[in-house]
Ligand binder design. Sequence first.
Ligand SMILES: O=C(CO)[C@@H](O)[C@H](O)COP(=O)(O)O
Ligand SMILES: [Fe+2]
Length: 218
Amino acid sequence: MAVQISPSILAADFARLADEAAAVPNADWLHVDVMDYHFVPNLTLGLPVVEALRKATATPLDCHLMIADPDRWAPQYAEAGAGSVSIHAEAARAPIRTLREIRSLGARAGLALNPATAVEPYEDLLAEVDMLLLMTVEPGFGGQKFLDGVLPKIRRARALIERHGGRVRLQVDGGVDLDTIGRCAEAGADVFVAGSAVYGASDPVAAVSALRAAAERV
Ligand SMILES: O=C(CO)[C@@H](O)[C@H](O)COP(=O)(O)O
Ligand SMILES: [Fe+2]
């Protein structure tokens, strides 16, 4: 499947989100990190900002919910017009029901796994998702160092996805830059979240293009 680049607005200027979205017209998705001070020790933004951003940009919003009780809140993000909504397996109590609800509301359903969470127990959930999100840093903050130790899990996840028909997207998130994206692509990822590597660059458009080219070279 074609490489997709999803710049994370966590690294953008929160006072100018519409402009920051417009700054990457060559992005496939815009990654929106929702944090609640409970699932992760950080607080970012929620539904009202997602609703406002959806009106401000045509780029589909890729909402990554790092929140407690995603079963309760995730459907509202789909209703708000998110292109995809990813919930954490570690936080969901009824993931199948929630993933089905997200899909029924017209969004792509994603299942996210922390670096230390094994993918194998979730094999049977692949039928319920459009995307598997593998964290390559501990969730909560941008600008962290990529965890090389997750690479074998990316390979195993790719093998499981292929065994189930190859339909599910494999997203990596955290510390993805020009140095690490090739290793992720080689391991089987096809959707790449990049915060600092895009919004920390002097030319975000060129950064997205360079990341895409590096992933496609693999
Ligand atoms: O979900 C998260 C962090 O919890 C990410 O989406 C980060 O926002 C990625 O930022 P960089 O590591 O690319 O700076
Ligand atoms: Fe994220």
